[in-house]
Design a protein around this ligand. Structure first.
Ligand SMILES: [Zn+2]
Ligand SMILES: [Zn+2]
Ligand SMILES: [Zn+2]
Length: 150
């Protein structure tokens, strides 16, 4: 996935978050991770950026990640064990398939069938604002590893 550091900074700026050195470092690093298709935990991101800027505040990194999730730039991907990581995904609305052993993330094009959500809304009287679908299991590499060790 290609996303430029510039467009991430534009997202910050549109929300009134000034273009500071810490935010430039965050934006550059996220663009690199996106290009390599890598996911990350916020603490990992902070630790990496500390090597470049030892003054970089943990709160700044956490707040920036939260903002980018709210804006749809980053996806927050939850795992079956209750942990989560972040990722820049491509394309429109989608869900994720995750490995319970190595935490590999696969983007899924599947969603609820058309009409299912509106039927649900009229059945329950809810104004549906969103949904999440979590699919998890063992990836091919972990299935092989599991078979070898047992
Ligand atoms: Zn995604
Ligand atoms: Zn796996
Ligand atoms: Zn969906």
């Amino acid at each position: 996935v290609t996303i430029s550091a510039h467009s991430i900074l534009d997202t910050f700026e549109a929300l009134g978050l000034r273009n500071t050195r810490p935010r430039r470092l965050i934006a550059q690093r996220l663009a690199e991770l996106a290009a390599r298709g890598e996911d990350f935990a916020t603490d990992e991101l902070w630790q990496e950026l500390l090597r470049v800027d030892p003054q970089l505040g943990r709160a700044t990194v956490f707040r920036s990640v939260d903002v980018l999730v709210e804006q749809g730039v980053l996806d927050r991907v939850p795992f079956a064990d209750g942990t989560h990581r972040y990722r820049v995904c491509g394309g429109p609305h989608h869900h994720h398939l995750t490995c319970t052993r190595c935490h590999q993330i696969v983007e899924l094009a599947l969603c609820l069938p058309e009409g299912e959500l509106s039927a649900l809304a009229s059945q329950t009287g809810f104004d549906i604002e969103g949904h999440a679908i979590e699919v998890f299991g063992r990836c091919p590499a972990c299935r092989t590893a599991g078979a070898a060790s047992s």
